[in-house]
Design a protein around this ligand. Structure first.
Ligand code: ATP
Length: 379
């Protein structure tokens, strides 16, 4: 995913952090990218008899300003290492990490702490202080940044309202639900008006309904404040609900990246395919799955699944196939979702007429840029 090929969705509408960073590190680069990894590798050195680990290698990609970008990978793929490079908690072994036009990997001490104020972070287990109320937790970064008491009070009230828990001002974390705790975490992360929000598995500990609500909140924050959101997750369903761009990490490498709708319709790498299989129903309707066989039967149909994209694409492919090939195509099942702002889904078609019809159908689909696979046969 090169910055030059991406759209900047929005320009930043939020205010600057209270101390300006302009003087620190001039690095005027592509204005489109909020975060840019340049030739990054990260090796953790051998330690107490444990071997060194190459956690990230050959990482070169950009996260567009104003975007919501998902970074997905299995455990150990290198996601957390990537996040810690963005917020400067780790230094790369080679390469540079440019955040908002500054080389964060070159900063240290006070300069780094100032830069970190423009990078908010939310966590799987919320990381709230149990001894502080919701308001007290949100106030913490503002106290550290030296805001006045009056300014903190006003900002905390504004943030509590923004995340929809104005009534929880005086509640302690132990008195809040998981979703409410994450709202406090989000408010705290936004307190110093960051330009980037890093979400590290922020919904992994939440039930599906609460996950949905938190992802909606993040989408609103992105839309209203223009904050760039980097979503670290091992769940494709989270990427599907929220992200426009996705980067797939495996074994410390970027194995695939691009627009979510493109990746969902044309996944190339086996790891991406396996993530997708978890979310877009490889599950066929039971009534169909129970009738499927691996061998054709006389007078039966071949079952073909086709990935489709765009409003009405599903209807179009069935109608055009039938017309162009003169086949009596049956629509056995269909599933269309809205992913990355586009309609994306899969159709399961029944193709009568034996092997010749199947070959012609697969050739036609390939010629018209549809991904398709033969699943089996039904009588
Ligand atoms: N501080 C460290 N010291 C040594 N090795 C580390 C350190 N942090 C991570 N690693 C190793 O680097 C590799 C990538 O780990 P990382 O935590 O970045 O992956 P991840 O995708 O976030 O995994 P998970 O989803 O399990 O958190 C793993 O092999 C891990 O054991």
């Amino acid at each position: 995913m090169k910055a030059a090929s991406m759209n900047a969705h929005q320009s930043l509408a939020i205010g600057r952090p209270i101390e300006t960073l302009e003087a620190i590190s001039p690095a005027p680069t592509e204005p489109d990218a909020m975060v840019r990894f340049e030739a990054i590798s990260k090796t953790y050195p051998a330690y107490r008899g444990k071997p060194g680990v190459n956690a990230l290698q050959d990482i070169d990609f950009a996260i567009p300003r104003g975007s919501i970008t998902g970074v997905i990978g299995r455990s150990g793929a290198g996601k957390s290492s990537l996040v810690r490079l963005i917020n400067g908690l780790e230094k790369p072994t080679t390469g540079r990490v440019i955040v908002d036009n500054r080389d964060i990997s070159a900063l240290a001490g006070r300069e780094l702490r100032l830069a970190q104020r423009s990078i908010g972070m939310i966590f799987q287990h919320f990381n709230l202080l149990s001894s502080r109320t919701a308001a007290g937790n949100i106030a913490l970064p503002l106290e550290i940044a030296g805001w006045t008491k009056a300014d903190i009070k006003a900002r905390v009230a504004e943030l509590l309202a923004l995340v929809g828990i104005a009534d929880k001002h005086d509640r302690y974390p132990s008195e809040l639900s998981g979703g409410q705790k994450q709202r406090v975490g989000i408010a705290r992360a936004l307190a110093t008006r960051p330009s980037v929000l890093l979400s590290d598995e922020a919904t992994s500990a939440l039930d599906p309904q609460t996950t949905r609500a938190i992802l909606d909140l993040l989408a609103n924050i992105n839309r209203e404040l223009g904050v760039t959101i980097v979503l670290i997750t091992h769940e494709m369903s989270v990427v599907r609900q929220l992200a426009r761009e996705v980067v797939v990490l495996d074994g410390g490498h970027v194995v695939e990246s691009g627009h979510v709708a493109d990746i969902f319709t044309h996944p190339k790498h086996p790891i991406t395919q396996s993530f997708l299989a978890e979310v877009i129903g490889d599950s066929l309707p039971v009534s169909l799955a129970s009738r499927m066989t691996s061998e054709p039967s006389a007078g039966g149909q071949a079952v073909i699944r086709v990935q489709v994209r765009g409003a009405g694409a599903g209807d179009t492919v069935v109608a055009r196939l039938a017309r162009d090939l003169g086949l009596d195509v049956a629509l056995l099942s269909a599933r269309i979702d809205e992913i990355g702002g586009q309609h994306v889904g899969s159709l399961t078609l029944g193709i009568p007429g034996g092997e010749d019809a199947v070959t012609r159908t697969l050739a036609w689909l390939s010629q018209h840029q549809f991904s398709a696979e033969r699943l089996g046969y039904v009588a």
